[in-house]
Design a protein around this ligand. Structure first.
Ligand code: MN
Length: 264
């Protein structure tokens, strides 16, 4: 039998497979999603020192962290949404670990998002992508590249009087990916997996409702998607094993074949 894992270790060591970090820094400056004031807000990150080689602990440094489960680069479990509340294995501690990794399909919508902050991926758009790169395989992570992670400050949430303007998925596109393509879930560079204006859509915030109702996952606030090819990389996204957790901050890693190295 071919030594797949030995080959992977050699490829990483030899530089023919690169490990790309798709995670933004997690700290007090990390932006959190804004909801209408009628709803409870998720807190930002606070980090309190327990000790730092001082009287509180002379040889050790550690902190207490506090934040909402959906903060920074984070995972959405099916139980996060009412549509997924009764599904089996729907929380961070019960999802089978096999479901945390899969091949990545990178949807590059940078041009569309630059021209229209409210751009939505449609089934037709996915069809055009598949005609170039092949059918989205079962168990794939679909990652929507918009270069939104290059934005900072107010430009990241991009809100005006009508609310946030950030790209996302049309309901029909979410349904196609969840039900027909049977993906693991979708990942985005924006603060949530729905478009900024999705609170005004019918159905409301459709990507969450459709994906989580189908037992699928979400990844938000990703970065470095520009370093991934359209297909051919593998993404590992394993949330903290929070008991009955609706999601968690996490480190998202991609194993990416280095084209020049592969061609050599
Ligand atoms: Mn979330």
């Amino acid at each position: 039998m071919m030594d797949v894992l030995g080959g992977l270790v050699m490829a990483i060591e030899g530089g023919t497979v690169e490990v790309v970090d798709l995670t933004i820094p997690l700290g007090p400056d990390t932006q959190v999603i804004g909801l209408p004031p009628t709803f409870a807000a998720s807190p930002g990150v606070t980090i309190d020192e327990i000790s730092r080689y001082d009287g509180r602990g002379p040889a050790w440094y550690w902190n207490t962290i506090r934040m909402g489960e959906h903060t920074g680069t984070h995972f959405d479990a099916p139980i996060h949404w009412v549509t997924g509340k009764d599904l089996p294995e729907n929380a961070t501690d019960t999802i089978p670990p096999r479901s945390f990794l899969g091949p990545a399909c990178v949807f590059d919508a940078t041009r569309e998002a630059a021209a229209d902050a409210d751009f939505l991926v449609t089934p037709e758009w996915i069809g055009a992508w598949e005609s170039r790169h092949g059918r989205v395989p079962r168990g794939a992570w679909v990652l929507l590249r918009t270069d939104w992670s290059r934005r900072s400050g107010a430009a990241f949430l991009n809100a005006d009087a009508a609310g946030p303007h950030t790209p996302g998925f049309h309901a029909a596109a979410s349904a196609l990916l969840a039900h027909d393509r049977d993906v693991l879930g979708v990942g985005v560079e924006t603060i949530g997996t729905d478009a900024g204006q999705a609170g005004r859509f019918n159905p409301l915030v459709p990507n969450h409702g459709i994906m989580h109702g189908a037992g699928k996952f979400g990844l938000a606030s990703l970065c470095n998607l520009d370093r991934l090819p359209p297909t051919g990389s593998v993404v590992i996204a394993a949330p903290l094993k929070i008991v009955d957790g609706s999601g968690s901050p996490l480190r998202v890693l991609a194993l990416v074949p280095v084209r020049d190295a592969v061609d050599r």
